[in-house]
Design a protein around this ligand. Sequence first.
Ligand code: FPP
Ligand code: MG
Length: 324
Amino acid sequence: MSLNTSAKSTLSKNTKKLMVKVDDELKNILSNSKTVKQGCLDTLSSGGKKVRPALTIICGHHQNEQQLIPAAASLELLHSASLIHDDVLDYSKTRRGKPTVYAKYGYDYALKTGDFIFSSAFLTLSRCNNPKLNRILAASAFKLSLGEILQRNTAYNARQNIDLYYKKIAFKTASLFRAACLIGAYCADLGEAEVEALGDYGHNLGLAFQVFDDILDFIGDERTMGKAVASDIRDGMMTLPIFLALDELSEKSVLVNAVQNRDNSDEEILEAVVLVKQTKAIKKSRSQAKDYIGKAIASLNILKTGNIKDELTRLANLVIERNM
Ligand code: FPP
Ligand code: MG
């Protein structure tokens, strides 16, 4: 079951009600520019999981709507901008089952659309009139970019330390999950201990989310996921399943070559994928994702509101049960 479908029963009535307002907010913001309107609208209608704004809404305890709606929208905007740029860098043709902005309108238009949505995120968040929130989002955007640079600089190199992988996923994914939770928590004016706990929750949830994404790249179904599978090896990316498979294999050359070659054939990619699946790498990666989920849920212990704790726990469990 996809996160979208399961989320219907996972999210509370209050969250769903506010998420409709976030969608309206996004529609308003993204229909504003004549020049990049179609790319923005395509992005909006492409049906993302919207996990990040949902986190802001829940961590914001469904209070203070005036701040919470633009704040949640800003998280989805930053995330969408980063995906549009990511698809340019990866030359990706499909995302969420639809042509990417890059594939449909070309390089220049995708860059401009990404820039427009990126700046809209900060403009929208500034409506909360709380510089602390803008600082958190800016720090996260900074880390996202660093993560992306690190990823590009270390591509096609199978001989790297696994710590670099954890650093990359903390930057490129967990930082925005953490920001989503912190921004919500500050909108609800929670005390420092609760804010920190929700930040830790978001960080660990983000790590689990990315590890699971990297697992899905091996075991996922292209049609359900709406994007190409086995694209990590193709792009020379060292992900957790590859590190763990290499640890286990005595004959490493096929997998090392698959990561390091820039022009693998489909057969070579398939051979590498089959090889990884023959090891315990996927099982061990799942177990690491589950550990992160365990840590995320444990940090919720100090929360005072039981229904918020329950909803965040349900959402965390869904992250490692999804198939897209
Ligand atoms: C998707 O992950 C991409 C990211 C999580 C971050 C992309 C970040 C940038 C392009 C740089 C920062 C840009 C802005 C606008 C702040 P993935 O590539 O692992 O997954 P995928 O298979 O879905 O592409
Ligand atoms: Mg990518």
